[in-house]
Design a protein around this ligand. Structure first.
Ligand code: SF4
Length: 280
């Protein structure tokens, strides 16, 4: 069953009357739930299991999150089992990003989002997290899409950020991501899940957070988009772990510098090496 069919199934689940959803108090262990979803032999089994959870009190939004997670998990694992060259890693990550974008675009809050081209308050952060698969893919993407001068400039910014990270106090650590160029993400098409899923619904809150160093000023975000970005990321990460690859999350700037220093980073990751330990 492909993703379009899974989406139709998801919609069918969504139509259940709310009154039928709470037959008893939910006693849910997320690891057990994920384990069952991973063991499911077919999308029908996934759907059946999630249907049971909904009947026992799982909120509808939780059901949609699990559907996105399971769809990505099974697709990623099948892809990892069918090919192991560098090109397959690009297909794996691109497909996962496309699936996340598809889910994120289904949010009912799309019209409320304050994000627009040239607005980059959220790209000034002490930490930008990305999965190992995304990092090696991003390094390949930069090599393929940047001129030598652009690549050299990115490396320079990555090194500068590494030095600032090592010397600045926590209060000074609201640093620009090294991929930010003229307030635009130069790798927008390959940006990590965390960036895709982060969509503010209040510009003033972004401005305040930006002006307050590392202080955690709450920024209201499109919750559905945030949850879906994480659900697809978790599906990909769990599939890579179960394929005995590095499914960890790392600080993007530090890990990207390392990946750019290793011309064969993607193949090494695909062969099971842990390239970024220490940068987590
Ligand atoms: S990867 Fe791009 S979108 Fe994400 S923080 Fe860096 S510049 Fe911003």
């Amino acid at each position: 069953m492909n993703r379009a069919e899974r989406r139709r199934k998801a919609k069918a689940t969504k139509k259940k009357p709310a009154g039928e959803e709470r037959t008893s108090a939910p006693r849910l262990d997320i690891d057990q739930i994920k384990g069952q979803l991973q063991q499911a032999a077919s999308p029908q089994e996934v759907q059946q299991f999630i249907g049971q959870l909904l009947e026992h009190g799982l909120p509808q939004a939780g059901g949609e999150e699990l559907i996105a997670y399971a769809a990505q998990y099974h697709e990623a694992l099948a892809a990892l089992n069918s090919a192991d060259d560098a090109a397959s890693v690009a297909r794996l990550v691109n497909s996962a990003h496309a699936w996340a974008d598809d889910r994120i675009a289904q949010s009912s809050e799309c019209d409320r989002r304050a994000c627009k081209a040239g607005c980059a308050f959220c790209c000034y952060l002490p930490v930008v997290l990305a999965s190992a698969a995304e990092v090696v893919h991003l390094a390949d993407w930069l090599r393929a899409n940047c001129t030598p001068d652009e690549l050299a400039a990115v490396r320079k910014r990555l090194k500068a950020r590494r030095e600032q990270d090592a010397t600045n106090s926590p209060a000074q650590k609201r640093l620009p991501c090294a991929l930010l160029q003229d307030d635009t993400c130069m790798a927008y098409d390959a940006r990590p899940f965390k960036c895709r899923g982060w969509n503010s619904v209040r510009l003033e809150a972004c401005e305040q957070a930006y002006g307050q160093s590392e202080t955690t000023t709450p920024v209201p975000v499109d919750t559905f988009a945030f949850v879906m970005g994480n659900a697809v990321l978790n599906g990909l990460s769990d599939a890579t772990r179960n394929a005995e690859l590095d499914g960890g999350a790392y600080e993007l700037n530090a890990a990207l510098l390392r990946a750019l220093d290793l011309p064969d980073a993607t193949l090494r990751w695909r062969n099971g090496e842990r390239l970024f330990d220490g940068g987590r």
